[in-house]
Design a protein around this ligand. Structure first.
Ligand SMILES: Cc1ncc(COP(=O)(O)O)c(C=O)c1O
Length: 405
């Protein structure tokens, strides 16, 4: 693939990601008949992925007009999309409503007031901050009380927001929460599910109306390293369903909804890089070897953003044989230090022209890529039934200046 399509190259396995989607949906529906699963498209919003998720029976969560535009371009009806975001402008809301978006997840009092002014007819969920500590990386924690997302329950913001929506005659249909990302044991999600259900009861007592939908967000983790042991998807769904049942009591029928991103696509993708210069430099207690690869910060900002780790494997160039081993630091080709991975074991004779495969890059890599240092973003190749096809072409140098006047 590297020889045919060049590097750096994102590779996705369509059968694998559709299989993950179907597995997640089946587990959700086994735990809660009629449950709906939306794919959080921020994880990877290339059109081929959106289309595959739609074909696997998922709805699509979009966090911007751009993600909605991509979903529609991939053939997903707007009515199967849910719009998120802590700051949706009036123009964002108008765009989504004009396109016929299925649901909007409201995030602030100001947003409710704009929707009321617009006389919006779209079904609305209210995002709640359930005050749960997800015990994951601070950069991907969103459900705790100290957050920019959603309405706080304990300080009365959520009650006030709900009252405003009901008084304005808006089409409020339910509550939403998302507690964080790369969560291994699912307990924060179950805790949040129970809090949403309990708050629903309180609101029913106060306002005489129950939510029809509880959207419990996403956040189930994947295996980036051997110590990552995410809970089994069946147990994950069962625990959330049990938490809702316990707090919901004899309330009316409600639909459970989920919006995973990473779990669906991360493990379906790898990135291939070519090895460039290999340098050994003196350090305080010996030497360090730097292996440069032809990508980095621009195609995978996660190591730089929050020290994300990945499985890394060296592959010899055609005709070469790898021998021995050494521990190296793998760096990218950008300015800053652009360190991708430290303490990686690679063959002792790894050299220019060999390949490095970084696994588990299907989520939050292509969708977070940039053109830093004016590097074109990589191509994406999709494998399906043993065949490879380019689904995102490599950007050209002309693409890099296309929008400039
Ligand atoms: C509102 C919302 N839903 C779903 C997700 C998907 O999370 P994950 O990819 O961890 O499943 C996110 C991710 O940040 C999110 O912000």
């Amino acid at each position: 693939l590297a020889a045919e399509f060049g590097t750096p190259l994102y590779v996705l396995d369509e059968d694998h990601l559709k299989g993950r989607a179907r597995r997640f949906l089946a587990a959700a529906q086994a735990a809660w008949p009629g449950a709906v699963v939306s794919y959080a498209s921020k994880a990877n919003s290339s059109l081929a992925v959106l289309k595959a998720m739609h074909e696997a029976g998922l709805e699509i969560d979009v966090a911007s007009p751009g993600e909605l535009h991509a979903a529609i371009a991939a053939g997903v009806p707007a009515s199967h999309c849910h719009l998120h975001g802590n700051f949706k402008t009036r123009a964002d809301l108008e765009y989504a409503i004009a396109k016929g978006v299925g649901q909007i997840v409201v995030d602030s009092q100001e947003e409710i007031e704009i929707l009321a002014e617009m006389g919006a007819k779209v079904p609305l969920l209210m995002r709640l901050a359930p005050g749960v500590d997800p015990k994951t990386h601070a950069k991907t924690s969103t459900g705790q009380a100290d957050t920019k997302f959603g309405f706080n329950i304990t300080n009365g913001a959520a009650r006030h927001g709900l009252k405003t929506m009901l008084d304005a005659g808006l089409d409020w249909v339910g509550f939403h929460c998302h507690v964080g990302s790369q969560i291994m044991d699912g307990r924060p999600q179950s805790a949040a599910a129970g809090i949403l259900a309990a708050f629903s009861r309180e609101c029913a007592a106060e306002f005489g109306i129950w939510p029809r939908i509880l959207n419990l967000g996403g956040g189930l983790g994947v295996r980036y390293k051997p110590s990552d042991q995410p809970v089994d998807v069946t147990t994950y769904h069962q625990a959330m369903a049990d938490a809702v049942r316990e707090a919901w009591g004899d309330g009316p029928a409600v639909q459970l909804s989920h919006e995973p991103g990473r779990w669906l696509v991360a493990e379906s993708g790898v990135t291939l890089y070519s090895v460039g210069p290999v340098k050994t430099v003196p350090v305080q207690d010996g030497t360090r070897t730097y292996v440069a690869v032809d990508g980095g910060l621009s195609d995978n900002p996660r190591p730089g953003l929050y020290q994300a780790e990945y499985p890394v494997r060296a592959i010899p160039a055609t005709g070469r044989t790898h021998e021995g081993s050494q521990t190296v630091r793998i760096s990218g080709k950008h300015c800053e230090t652009d360190q991708l991975f430290d303490g990686i074991s690679v063959p002792a004779n790894l050299a220019w022209g060999d390949l490095v495969e970084v696994a588990c890059t299907g989520a939050y890599n292509a969708s977070m890529a940039s053109n830093y240092n004016r590097y074109p973003r990589p191509a994406t190749v999709m494998l399906s039934g043993g065949n490879a096809r380019v689904v995102v072409r490599r950007e050209s140098l002309d693409d890099l200046v296309r929008s400039e006047i």
